[in-house]
Design a protein around this ligand. Sequence first.
Ligand code: IPD
Ligand code: CA
Ligand code: CA
Length: 247
Amino acid sequence: MSTLESITQIVKNCGAIMLGADRRSLGIDEKAGPANFVTEYDKKIENILREELLSLLPDAGFIGEEGEQALFSDKGRFFIVDPIDGTTNFIKDYKQSCISVALIEDGEASIGVVYNPYSDEMFTAQKGQGAFCNGKEIRVSRQPLENGIVLFGTSPYYEELNEESFKKAFEYFKKALDIRRSGSAALDLCSIAAGRAELYFELRLSPWDFAAGALLVKEAGGRVTTVDGQEITYDKPCSVLASNGLG
Ligand code: IPD
Ligand code: CA
Ligand code: CA
């Protein structure tokens, strides 16, 4: 089995845990910032991912949203993992959440896997080898922004960015057909990769939110930078602008 196939299998099993969650006892806790929650399932899935991904590649570092994190470096291999992207959706049973796993090698994403267990969609990409959904190649849309849908995230945990986020969303709303807010940055990036929407932005994300999805977009022929056009890196939070490049 290839490394990608093994990661896909591990992630799929974690999706089954999300689907089978006992909704009467999610074990919800609050974290820093407004509306920032973690559940027992975020922690449980992260622990399984840590154990199984590291048994696959024992020399890799592990950076996950909910646990102890390795110190990122531009040398060597790192898994960057979001055990549940879209935790508020998960708590609400909104059915728009996913598991996101990226493998970074010498500072560059080499594998990206994002799984939405509700739609049973497995998004995968390997550097230089294209992007896929359930094994079928996907490409970004060829529609210009004026015929496009714009996705955005509200950076909900950073109150100071609320006003600017909505101002920008309004500007894009006027330029495009309409806007959407899904509640999962990784799934938004997959929607751009799959040509379901034309542009996505969010003013502050952490590497686990975007590491896998950004590779999907690039491998599907799209463009990903920070909002002011800088290259994204995996060492710190940043803004993200992803599009089909026709903006
Ligand atoms: C959040 C989701 C959301 C985005 C936030 C992220 P979480 O991740 O991706 O769509 O707007 O910025 O933090 O906390 O549910 O893993
Ligand atoms: Ca996230
Ligand atoms: Ca998360």
